[in-house]
Design a protein around this ligand. Structure first.
Ligand code: MG
Length: 246
């Protein structure tokens, strides 16, 4: 009888220790720190979340300047800004490196020109890596120069262009390149681009700074640099530009 009792107790003890181990097992792989910061999302995914820096809300170009650090001269009206031909690129006053960027653009409704001459502008991350803006709705051009390309480097995975005159979105996740003190490239820039909800660049590796002629090369620059928008002579418009530093 005593032997039986001991045996029952021993079985109970083994079973309970296994149960306890099983109860604790999931906790061993739980990580509670760090706690992700609370970010209040915008009303829709296109609206700036609470921690975003708004670069253009439709009112003024106070976050922008021209290459001489003088006031940007592009045209502002109706909640949008439009390239003023011949006034040159505009640059953010603030510098950015790793970031999440939301930007909306519109090629002119009136179709003028073809190939690279139709609704051409561009978003230059760090001032030198061009994400092409171009009206490629029924407009063929070289594939590594069309909308959603990293100009003359990376062909987009799809052509997601809307019709000219319609607003389009780019959502960009950009990782800045890193350089050593002697100017050597340590890690290349990477980019993910979603065009009108369609993935067109998937964590793609950039070859270097955008070149019109020749092979792109990396040249050392800061961890953060201004973002610029291109005046290619076509009246392309922008609105609702915000950025989150990563
Ligand atoms: Mg361009």
């Amino acid at each position: 009888m005593k032997k039986n009792l001991l045996s029952i107790l021993s079985i109970f003890s083994i079973v309970s220790s296994v149960a306890q181990t099983n109860d604790d097992a999931p906790k061993l792989s739980e990580v509670w720190d760090p706690v992700p910061a609370i970010v209040k999302p915008g009303k829709t995914a296109q609206d700036a979340p609470s921690d975003a820096i708004v670069l253009f809300s439709g009112k003024d170009l106070s976050a922008w300047q021209n290459s001489d650090k003088k006031p940007a001269e592009w045209i502002v009206g109706d909640g949008e800004m439009t390239v003023k031909k011949g006034t040159g690129m505009i640059y953010t006053k603030q510098a950015f490196g790793d970031c999440q960027l939301h930007i909306e653009w519109r090629a002119p409704a009136e179709v003028v020109g073809e190939s690279q001459g139709r609704g051409n502008s561009g978003i230059f991350l760090m001032g030198v890596y061009e994400l092409q803006v171009l009206d490629n709705f029924n407009n063929r051009t070289y594939s590594n120069g069309q909308a959603g390309s990293i100009y003359k480097q990376l062909i987009p995975l799809a052509n997601a262009c809307r019709e000219p005159g319609e607003w389009q979105t780019y959502d960009v996740i950009f990782t800045a390149p890193r350089f050593s003190d002697n100017g050597r490239l340590q890690s290349a820039a990477r980019i993910t681009v979603i065009h009108n909800g369609v993935l067109v660049q998937n964590n793609a590796t950039l070859w270097g700074a955008t070149e019109y002629i020749g092979i792109p090369q990396y040249k050392k620059h800061g961890l953060k640099e201004p973002i610029s928008l291109q005046d290619h002579g076509n009246p392309v418009s922008y609105r609702n530009i915000w950025i989150r530093e990563l």
